[in-house]
Structures are given as C-alpha cells and as structure tokens.
Design a protein around this ligand. Structure first.
Ligand SMILES: [Ca+2]
Length: 211
C-alpha cells in the first residue's frame, strides 16, 4: 500500500459522495417548491378528435383530469360512448399555478406527436408537429401570484405519448453538482485503489536514488 495516494483518494471519494448527497437534498428542496406551486391541483382536460395531420382539432369527445406533473406513454382515451381512442385524438388542458415569489422555472413538455404550452396566453413551448417522443424545454420567469397554463397535445398515428414537468432553474445546477460529485468520487475511488495496490517502497526508492 502506498498511503499518501490512498488517503488522497479517500478524501476525494468522500468529497464526491458528499456532493452527491448534497445534490439529492438540493433537488428535494426544489421539488418541494414546485409542489407548492401546483398545490395538488390537476390539469382540467378536454379531449378532441383530430381531423388533420397538422393537429387540427375537430369535435369534443370528452373530458378528464391529469396530475399537474405527469408522464403518459401509450396514451389512450375511452370516451363516454365506450369508444377507445388510440390515434387521431388530442387534448387541451388548463392548470392554474400559484407562485409564492418570483421564480425562474424550466417547463418541460414531451410529446408524440405534437405539444404546445401557453402561459397566460403566451406561447412558451411549440412542439406542434408530427414526431417521435421528444421533450422540449423552456426557461420562464414566473412572477409571484397566479398564472394560467394551457397545454395542447395531439396524436396522429403511431406512438402516442405526453409528459409535463416543472423544474426550478437551479435544478440544472443540482444535476451538474451530482454529475461532478460522481466524477470526483470515481477518481477518488480509483486513486485509493491504486494506492492500495502500489508497493509501499515506491517513494522510499525514489528518495534513496536522490541521495
Ligand atoms: Ca404518433
């Protein structure tokens, strides 16, 4: 064992693990703020028939709700007549958020096929096209108070997925802290292991040679 390398490696390993643990705590705190913004409210969803591949809505086929933050893969909708929709349908949903103070957020909306997000009537995410599942992100400054979010989604043919999430802008820093912590921890573990297998005489031999 070559002790100095082992100790340096262990210090880096501990620092890396501490950064990872901190990033989880940080993320949990940010998630709690997002939960307070949505306040347990749900999307009010109106389902539509879709009449064109460009996502043109036809008649209303029913209504339901979705959780404020959701991931739905392989969406189907069974309308009140019992018909199950798997293609050529879509929805328009509204959700009111109540923001405790001015906050910079990241909206994340995913879809197969198209999706768009409007905040207080302003288009913030535009993914309104035929495509495989893709997540669009937009940073947005939300002022304190209530805001109306509108989410539109449509499915033409093939796969049918939709997702929506809100993150605070600091979430990206929390994630990079975790990635960096992982890198430092891995390096530390590697150096500690290297120190453990190196012969202890490596330094002594060098010093001996310098005499
Ligand atoms: Ca599709």
């Amino acid at each position: 064992m070559y002790k100095p390398l082992c100790i340096a490696g262990l210090i880096l390993l501990i620092a890396g693990l501490a950064a990872i643990a901190y990033s989880f705590k940080w993320e949990a705190d940010l998630e709690a703020i997002v939960d307070s913004i949505t306040g347990g409210r749900e999307w009010d969803v109106t389902w539509y028939e879709v009449t064109e591949s460009s996502g043109k809505f036809g008649k209303v086929i029913g209504s339901s709700t979705l959780p404020a933050r959701f991931v739905r893969r392989g969406i189907t909708y069974t309308d009140p007549t019992g018909k199950e929709w798997t293609d050529t349908f879509g929805f328009e949903a509204t959700l009111v958020v109540d923001v405790p103070r001015d906050l910079k957020v990241i909206f994340r909306a995913g879809s197969d096929d198209g999706i768009m997000l409007l905040v207080d009537g302003k288009l913030v995410i535009d993914g309104w096209r035929l495509r495989g599942y893709t997540i669009d992100e937009a940073e947005y400054q939300l002022s304190a108070g209530k805001h109306e979010l509108k989410l539109k989604w449509y499915e033409w043919y093939g796969g049918q997925d939709a997702s929506f999430d809100i993150k605070l802008a600091d979430w990206r820093q929390a994630m990079s802290t975790r990635t960096n912590g992982g890198g430092v921890g891995f390096l530390g573990g590697f150096l500690a292991a290297l120190g453990a297998i190196l012969p202890p005489t490596i330094l002594r031999r060098k010093m001996g040679g310098a005499k």
